[in-house]
Structure formats: C-alpha cells, structure tokens
Design a protein. Structure first.
Length: 228
C-alpha cells in the first residue's frame, strides 16, 4: 500500500511539473504573440508610409523602368552577393590601409611642403619664372631662319666657350679685370711728359704691341669676310 502511494505521489509530481512547463510555454507563446502584435501595430503605419514614399518615387520613373527590370536586378544582386561581399571587404581593407598610412603620408606631405617653401624663399620659383619669360621672348623673337643660323653657329660658339674656360685664360681675365679695377681708382697723367714716361715702361710697350697685334688679326679677319 505504501509503495502504491509513493508511485502515485511521483506521478502527481510529474504531472504537476508537466502542467507547469506547459503553462510556462503557453505564457511565453502568449508574450511572443503580444510582442508580434505590438510590432505589427507599430510597424504597419511605418510600412504604409514607406510604401507610399516608394510609390511616389516610382511614379517618377515608372515610364523608364518595369517590374521585370526590378526583378532582374534583384536576381543579379542575389547571384552576385558573394562578389559584392568580397568587394565590401576589400573596401574595408583599403580603409584600414588608409588609416594606417595616413600619418606616413602626412609626414611626407609636410616634408614636401617645407622643401617647396624653402625653394620659394630662396628664389627658385622666381628664377624659374624669369627663365620662362626669357625663353618665351627668345622663341617669339627668333624666326626660322634665325634658328637655322643659330644652329650653324652653335659649334663655333662652343669652341670659343671651351677656349675661354681654360685655366690660363680665366686666370688671365680675372687678373686683368682686378688690375684694371685697381688702376681706374688711381689718378691718370694726360700730359705729354706723363704719356712719354708711360711709354718708356716695358709693360706699357708690350701691352701696346699686343694690342696692335690683336688689331692686326681683327683687320685680317674683317678683310677676309669682305672678300667672301
């Protein structure tokens, strides 16, 4: 008799637990239903407003697009979804790269800006503008015949420049210019006696002789050009 009573109590406990579980599930289901109802009640006006806006917007393009076009686009979006996801991942990677390299790029930009500012203060850009203006004047001033003659004269001019850049020539010119600058500051004797005393100076006579020789060479070259 006791055993039967114990089994009966166990069955009652089990039944009670099941009833409690079913009651809890019913309560949860009821709460979910109420939540859905609340969501529907709140969402239906929003959905109606959204559909209204969509209809208004589609009215402007209904002559240019058909429902079949929308369906085709939707299918393409579904089919190419993985590719679009990869593209978005790549954009995220690019964004991360830009965020990582931003300080380095800024540092390089600041360095370039400082360099350009230094060049501007030193006058590089002003010099460049002046050179461009000179080049523009030369280009507009020279005719095609002038350029042809200039091309023919470049080689002889380069030979002259080469000769002038020799150390002995540059040294002679530098020393001569320096000596002339010093002599110009001194008083000059223009009397006949003063000129006679200068002519007795061997350096003066040598200078006159060299000057006459140079004049002779110039005269010979001029005569040769006249004969041509």
């Amino acid at each position: 008799m006791d055993t039967e009573l114990i089994e009966l109590n166990q069955k009652l406990d089990t039944l009670t637990s099941q009833v409690a579980y079913l009651s809890e599930q019913t309560r949860i289901a009821e709460q979910a239903r109420e939540s859905r109802n609340d969501l529907l009640e709140a969402g239906i006006p929003i959905a109606r407003e959204a559909l209204g806006l969509v209809n208004e917007e589609l009215d402007d393009v209904q002559d240019f697009i058909q429902p079949t076009d929308l369906i085709r686009m939707l299918k393409k979006l579904i089919v190419h979804g993985p590719q679009l996801e990869k593209l978005l991942d790549q954009l995220d990677s690019v964004s991360d790269l830009v965020d990582s390299t931003g300080p380095v790029v800024k540092l390089g930009f600041d360095s370039v800006t400082n360099t350009l500012d230094g060049m501007e203060r030193k006058g590089y850009f002003t010099f460049g503008r002046e050179v461009v203006q000179i080049a523009d004047s030369v280009v507009t001033s020279f005719t095609e015949e002038d350029l042809d003659r200039l091309g023919e004269s470049v080689e002889p001019l380069l030979d002259v420049v080469k000769e002038l850049t020799k150390p002995e020539i540059t040294g002679f010119l530098r020393n001569t210019v320096k000596a002339v600058e010093e002599e110009v500051q001194k008083p000059v004797e223009t009397s006949w006696s003063g000129l006679y005393r200068q002519l007795r100076n061997p350096d003066v006579r040598r200078g006159l002789a060299l000057t006459l020789r140079v004049l002779q060479v110039v005269g010979e070259q001029a005569a040769g050009d006249e004969k041509k």
